[in-house]
Design a protein around this ligand. Structure first.
Ligand code: ACM
Ligand code: ZN
Length: 743
């Protein structure tokens, strides 16, 4: 396994074997440090540790050479039966070459116990390698949930394995301040703790008062940070701290309310807050004094060239009514609070650059103009990055649709609760930080890309690992390997080996890439459906079973789409080595009386959510928890009445309306469904109704509102579905329907 794939690789014959007689040739302190990374693993897993020498013996050695004619992250590796020669431009390149050696060794090298009977050999080959981009990052959100020092160290070791070189720590957010600041001890005494509501969905947590007992939380001491930074440096990784401003700082304002506009005490919130109006007051000079002192301590701890100041998602309503903010605007000739925000960030940029560092922030910092030297992290798609690079700023691309790893990597029905969205492994692999429409000059400003792991829905290490692996490996390859050498088939073909290595490392990785998904279409005659089974992984062995049949490795292999003409349950899985390689899929396709029949809408569905248009509610195909999946029809505020003509009088005894709720996205269950039936299309009789009270919820839920009645002859159905209209929390309600099932 080699991930990321090297720029150039030539296979040789034979192999080199590490044994107790192997020597490592290191001639300076950096090379000796590097040797330590390998000898530590060998002594733990192999039970021997190669001696260091300054001169090469005749054979059986690994030699490091620093050669400053090579770029700092580039390396060459020559492996023969006799020796391994690793040559690099600087320490970073040597680390990368060493990680290549690590990946070529058996997965047992990752183990924590001495393993007998392993041959510690690696194949002869030549590699010439260097990265496509200089910024290959991962952001960990340690605010929404805290992740301790040991997990950060373990993550650094895994990042190094994949040649990632930037760890961005999101240390500050509303729900927790995670960094000890000596000059402002309340930032962690108060700001690092919140009321424990971990038993509730993030978006359904209750508002806290400042006097409530706050027990959930933790933070990094400055000693922890020094250890993290040093551990990262030894692995060629830079740690970039993010100190959010002006918004996402309720934890700081809970500790020091004097830096807000209103100065009133607030609590550290336990869960989601939207919109974010409790933000720093740029009208008060003291706010800048505070932030500068905080940043001085931060710069002391983190030697990184870049300092991240956040800058996203500020709602400035308090600034509009704050006397201090209004005075600042008059004095500075600022026309709007948007300009005041730009003033805020420019002022911080002057401070940061005066200390020899480069300010970076989320793409909102572009709004209203940005100091020329500042850099931008583009998260709202790639537009921010495009604009910033055109304006001459360096950019790091982190578009949500490709690299927000807090989103689902498989069907939400089978996955742990996540933020939403859908970013499967192959989507990450398709990421390119360079946007086609960028000029060459713009592309030169793209430093690289980064995966962001927001932790609202990730409360522990196992959950974090599950979201990171293997997607982080895909990200690493697209940021390192030349675009022309990127191949999904090769990458996905290495998953078994990658999983074996992650297993040996004790990582809770996800097998979702091996899940089977079903795509289905109603036939033109509207009497059958075609069901196509797919796996992301090229050439996967999909087996399926129908109805009550058991699903085993001996089940029918899937080759062409299945044709179904009656209610059928399909089970399917990718099989490898006689076992399901991912979660088996179970899906029931329900045929019913209304399939393919004409539906009259009053009013018609919203243009944004037409589903499959006129056939959408009677096409057998159901929607998933992803409301963008093309199966959902939506109505905004409006109620809808559906009239279905069954073509002939038949016996009917139940009607069910498939619907979803996703309150975080403004989608609410209907308030009720009323069903009336008719044989002549003129006189209708009410046969039943279903009512449901509104209840606040943070979950995404699918449900069918079912109405049963005594069997009766029916040709026409009139189904009235009531939208919640305006939810108590404000705004307008979407109502989503996917199928009307008539039996
Ligand atoms: C962000 O996701 N708010 C940067
Ligand atoms: Zn103010």
């Amino acid at each position: 396994m080699l991930i990321p794939h090297p720029a150039e690789l030539t296979a040789g014959t034979g192999h080199f074997t590490f044994d107790p007689e192997t020597r490592i040739v290191a001639t300076n302190a950096a090379e000796r440090k590097l040797a330590g990374l390998l000898t530590e693993k060998l002594s733990r897993a192999a039970g021997f540790s190669p001696r260091l020498e300054t001169r090469a013996p005749r054979r059986n050695f690994l030699r490091f050479t620093t050669d400053d004619s090579l770029p700092p992250e580039a390396y060459t590796l020559e492996i023969s039966e006799k020796s391994i020669e690793l040559r690099a431009g600087a320490y970073a390149g040597l680390v990368h070459g060493l990680q290549t050696i690590r990946q070529l060794l058996p997965p047992a090298i990752e183990g924590n116990r001495v393993q007998a009977g392993v041959s510690w050999q690696i194949p002869s080959l030549r590699i010439r390698d260097e990265p496509r981009f200089p910024w290959r990052g991962l952001m960990l959100d340690v605010s929404r949930h805290f992740f301790g020092k040991d997990y950060v160290l373990a993550t650094l070791d895994r990042m190094a394995l994949f040649k990632l070189n930037t760890l961005h720590l999101h240390l500050v957010d509303d729900q927790g301040w995670r960094l000890e600041i000596k000059g402002y001890p309340r930032l962690t005494e108060v700001g690092a703790y919140r009321v424990d509501q971990e038993d509730r969905h993030w978006d359904a947590r209750l508002k806290n008062g400042p006097a409530d007992e706050a027990t959930y939380g933790d933070f990094y001491t400055q000693e922890d940070i020094r250890e993290i930074v040093a551990y990262a440096r030894d692995r060629g990784i830079t740690v970039v701290p993010e100190i959010e401003m002006p918004a996402h700082v309720m934890s700081a304002l809970a500790a020091y309310p004097e830096f807000s506009c209103h100065g009133e005490p607030i609590a550290v919130p336990s869960g989601g807050v939207w919109p974010i109006t409790d933000i720093y007051c740029p009208g008060k000079e003291a706010t800048f004094g505070f932030l500068e002192e905080v940043l001085l301590e931060v710069m002391e701890l983190f030697p990184s060239r870049y300092l991240h100041v956040g800058g996203d998602e500020a709602t400035r309503t308090n600034w509009e009514v704050c006397e201090d903010c209004q005075r600042r605007m008059r004095e500075e000739g600022l026309e709007s609070t948007a300009e005041l925000q730009s003033y805020f960030i420019r002022r911080m940029e002057r401070f940061v650059s005066a200390h020899g560092r480069v300010l970076i922030g989320w793409d909102e910092i572009l709004e209203g103009g940005l100091a020329p030297g500042a850099a931008v992290m583009s998260w709202r798609g790639t537009e921010g990055g495009w604009e910033a690079s055109r304006a001459g700023h360096d950019v790091v691309m982190t578009p949500g649709d490709y690299v927000y790893l807090n989103q689902y990597q498989g069907d939400p029905d089978y996955e742990p609760l996540a933020f939403g969205g859908y970013v499967p492994l192959s989507k990450v692999y398709s990421f390119d930080p360079l946007v086609d429409s960028m000029s060459t000059e713009q592309q030169r400003h793209v430093l690289g890309g980064q995966a962001n792991l927001w932790s609202e829905f990730i409360a522990d290490v196992a959950g974090s690992e599950y979201m990171l692996y293997p997607r982080l490996a895909a990200l690493a390859e697209v940021l390192w390997t030349p675009r022309a050498a990127q191949r999904w088939e090769r990458f996905s073909g290495q998953l078994p080996e990658l999983f074996g290595r992650l297993e040996a490392m004790g990582v809770n990785y996800s097998r979702s890439a091996y899940a089977v998904t079903a795509a289905s279409e109603l036939s033109a005659e509207k009497d059958r459906i075609r069901v196509a089974l797919q796996s992301e992984v090229a050439g996967a062995d999909i087996r399926y079973a129908l109805g009550e049949e058991a699903l085993t490795a001996a089940s029918r292999p899937y080759t062409t789409p299945l044709e179904l003409d009656r209610t059928t349950t399909v089970r399917a899985a990718v099989f490898a080595d006689g076992q399901p390689a991912g979660d088996p899929l179970t899906k029931t396709f329900t045929f019913h009386r209304a399939v393919g029949k004409p539906v009259a809408y009053a009013p018609v569905y919203h243009a944004q959510y037409p589903g499959r248009e006129d056939i959408g509610l009677v096409n057998i195909l159901r929607g998933s928890k992803n409301f963008h999946d093309g199966q959902w029809q939506g109505w905004l505020v409006d109620d809808v009445t559906l009239t279905i003509d069954l073509d002939e009088v038949v016996t009917v005894s139940s009607v069910a309306v498939g619907t979803m709720e996703n309150q975080g996205s403004g989608i609410f269950f209907p308030q009720g469904v009323k069903v009336a039936v008719s044989t002549d299309g003129v006189t209708y009789q009410r046969v039943g109704e279903y009512a449901r009270d509104y209840a606040r919820s943070g979950e995404v839920r699918l449900d069918a509102f079912a109405i049963e009645f005594a069997p009766r002859p029916v040709r026409y159905l009139r189904i009235a579905v009531d939208n919640l209209g305006h939810p108590p929390q404000g705004g307008s309600a979407w109502m989503f329907l996917d199928e009307v099932i008539v039996k």
